[in-house]
Design a binder for this molecule. Structure first.
Ligand SMILES: Cc1cc2nc3c(=O)[nH]c(=O)nc-3n(C[C@H](O)[C@H](O)[C@H](O)COP(=O)(O)OP(=O)(O)OC[C@H]3O[C@@H](n4cnc5c(N)ncnc54)[C@H](O)[C@@H]3O)c2cc1C
Length: 378
């Protein structure tokens, strides 16, 4: 039967990390279609991240999903390649004299002090020798962080999805959604497809997709974040082992990116969903902040990009069946943490779609399911 004539069990809109991971989990049990408007999966936020796994980052539900993803990251299935998905990279939060109370509050709020340690100015300098000697008054280092191989992670989910018999269609912009006789018709630029259930994993476009389906709005706000790579400072011993260094107020961060340095103004500029590009103002601000805090003179930008981190008001993800549109499941609002939380969030959502109870290894990480439910938008 042709793809457009058959009725799928589930259609997933969006083949970024959210759509790919939940589609892979569900393909084991169901006949599933994965649609994306771009010619290749991962073109938007998923391909534009800083690729960090930091279990202490983000709101409580994100921290729970991130911790619950650790076992997967450390022992992934064969589709995810031979090389490790995580490579250790500590996170060093730094504070000027006027930010010390914020740094102390962060340290005291850490639920687990096994991996975190406070540092004085000299110790901060030892971890990152190119911070200006009079800049940071203190720091907190978190040794539970890692770099994520995002390409292998995302590709692994797509390979798993295909291996389990899933159907993937790119260049298929969903334009209209109609529900009749218990079946969704998805009218796309690549034809009309039919499915019993629709999963909304459209990233920054999730509220637009919901509108097409007659579902509730979650007040999702896509926020632009810009990043650049520049040449690494010269003669830094063990440069690639330098931690990610972030301002405690999240005003900027830097991290080694192969032999270059990734720098970001950590901006959160609200904007409509789009193929977002870096703005000259973001770049100028970023260079100014980095040159102020570090012994670095930016003479050449090697690459620059921007991506959207999409948040609802409480910054936690949104999951669950819509209370307005039938058989329409939400998987949105992963904000700045959608890669690190994806393995566990996908299993959580897959269980929700199938009406199964939450896997116990996820609840063991202190997840309060009401905090990620669509019901909080009633
Ligand atoms: C600069 C930056 C740094 C970041 N750093 C990190 C980090 O270190 N760690 C971390 O965990 N996270 C990080 N993030 C956040 C992370 O990238 C996102 O949370 C994650 O990628 C969101 O995935 P997604 O699948 O929801 O969205 P996307 O990857 O944007 O996927 C959504 C997909 O939906 C498709 N789509 C939309 N509308 C339609 C339609 N009408 N029809 C068909 N398809 C449609 C789009 O084409 C897109 O492919 C960062 C983000 C940015 C921008």
């Amino acid at each position: 039967m042709s793809t457009s004539a058959k009725t799928f069990d589930i259609a997933v809109i969006g083949a970024g990390i959210a759509g790919a991971s939940v589609a892979a989990a569900l393909a084991e049990h169901t006949d599933i279609l994965l649609l994306d408007m771009e010619s290749h999966a991962g073109y938007h936020s998923t391909g534009r991240s800083a690729a960090m796994y930091i279990p202490s980052y983000g709101p409580a539900p994100i921290q729970a999903f991130t911790r619950a993803s650790g076992a997967f990251f450390n022992n992934p299935p064969t589709e995810f390649g031979e090389s490790p998905l995580l490579k250790a990279r500590s996170e060093l939060l730094i504070a000027r004299e006027d930010q010390l109370s914020e740094l102390n509050a962060f340290y005291n709020a850490c639920s687990n002090h096994d991996h975190v340690q406070t540092l004085n100015a000299q110790q901060v300098q030892l971890h990152c020798p190119f911070i200006k000697s009079n800049y940071a008054a203190a720091g907190v280092i978190d040794n539970s962080g890692s770099d994520i191989d995002v390409h292998n992670l995302h590709n692994g989910f797509l390979k798993q999805f295909r291996g389990r018999g899933g159907t993937e269609i790119m260049n298929a912009t969903v334009q209209t959604l109609r529900h009749r006789d218990n079946i969704w018709s998805l009218h796309t630029s690549a034809g009309v497809f039919k499915s019993k259930i629709v999963i909304n994993a459209a990233g920054a476009w999730a509220d637009q997709i919901a509108k097409l389906a007659g579902a509730e709005s979650i007040g999702l706000i896509p926020k632009r974040r810009t990043a650049l790579t520049i040449a690494a400072p010269a003669n830094i011993p063990h440069f690639t082992k330098i931690p990610l260094v972030a301002d405690i107020s999240e005003a900027f961060y830097i991290k080694p990116d192969a032999n270059n340095l990734l720098i970001s103004p950590a901006n959160e500029d609200p904007m409509p969903p789009c193929d977002v590009q870096p703005e000259e103002m973001d770049i100028a601000l970023c260079i100014d902040q980095i040159e102020h805090a570090f012994d670095i003179k930016v003479t050449n930008i090697i690459s620059k990009w921007a991506g959207l981190r999409s948040f609802v008001a409480d910054k936690a993800p949104v999951t669950g069946y819509s209370n307005m549109a039938p058989h329409f499941y939400w998987l949105a609002g992963q904000g700045g943490y959608g890669i690190q939380s994806s393995p566990a969030l996908a299993r959580y959502a897959a269980a929700g779609v199938l009406g199964q109870s939450t896997p116990t290894d996820i609840t063991e990480h202190c997840l309060n399911t009401a905090d990620v439910s669509i019901d909080r938008f009633n």
